[in-house]
Design a protein around this ligand. Structure first.
Ligand code: PXP
Length: 244
């Protein structure tokens, strides 16, 4: 098969985490989004959490206005978030599960068995011209359920692949199989969570992969080397794993 060009989406949430630690305006996530775009990001991702622990409502609007690459609006499947997303009008809405006490998005969204409950909200997203992306575990049931609710994109959760070193090969095979199935059903395949310079290669090498979304590691690395160097190196790692 011909491989799609692999895009890098950069998540800038944790610039807002640092800003919020002092309650002021610095560092500004909008400036980070612009810097990431200038450094070669193909898209910007930001997650407006229910508790507003990092990105805030005004950030979303300001980021959307400031960038010319697509905005991926990560959100929980709630009426409150839907209302904001419909006003921000991002390129895509990535629906994630959210628990207030979690440190980060810990697992994939449960779509299977909840199709009837989720479909009305998902239809409103798609009817607004916003691409529907579902952050799911790499399981056949979740992919088939995502297809049933009209997902344009599935983003496969790479957290277990990154953190369970002993089970990594098994998880990688599961992700590769899921990418193949999703693509065969006409769904664009993305992946993300926990990726770094060492773990990104095998995921980038999956032929059906369209986009990787990377945040925490890249923002941490940018503190030492700057956004340009961190993003350039990540793109190189992706490219080397995926010769055209
Ligand atoms: N994709 C989704 C859906 C996420 O929730 C996150 C974390 O915010 C990421 C990608 C990026 O994960 P990380 O920050 O670990 O790179």
């Amino acid at each position: 098969m011909t491989r799609p060009a692999l895009r890098l989406g950069v998540n800038i949430d944790h610039v807002a985490t640092v800003r919020n630690a002092r309650g002021g305006a610095h560092p500004d996530p909008v400036r980070a989004a612009r810097a990431a775009e200038a450094a070669g990001a193909d898209g910007i991702t930001a997650h407006l959490r229910e508790d507003r622990r990092h990105i805030r409502d005004a950030d979303m609007f300001a980021i959307k206005a400031a960038i010319s690459v697509p905005l991926n609006f990560e959100m929980a499947a709630t009426e409150e978030m839907l209302d904001i997303a419909l006003k921000v009008r991002p390129n895509a809405a990535c629906i994630v599960p959210e628990r207030r006490e979690e440190v980060t998005t810990e697992g994939g969204l449960a779509v299977a068995g909840r199709e009837d409950e989720l479909l009305p909200m998902f239809s409103r997203i798609r009817d607004a011209g916003i691409r529907l992306s579902l952050f799911i575990e790499a399981s056949e049931a979740e992919i088939r359920a995502s297809a049933a609710v009209g997902a344009d994109i599935v983003e496969l959760h790479t957290g277990r692949y990154c953190h369970d070193i002993e089970g990594r090969e098994t998880e990688l095979a599961r992700i590769a199989g899921a990418a193949e199935l999703a693509t065969s059903l006409g769904i664009e395949c993305h992946a993300g969570h926990g990726l770094d310079f060492d773990t990104v290669g095998p995921i980038a090498a999956i032929p059906q992969m369209h986009e990787l979304n990377i945040g925490h590691f890249l923002m941490g690395e940018a503190m030492f080397t700057g956004m340009q160097t961190a993003i350039t190196r990540m793109r190189r790692c992706m490219q080397e794993a995926r010769p055209s």
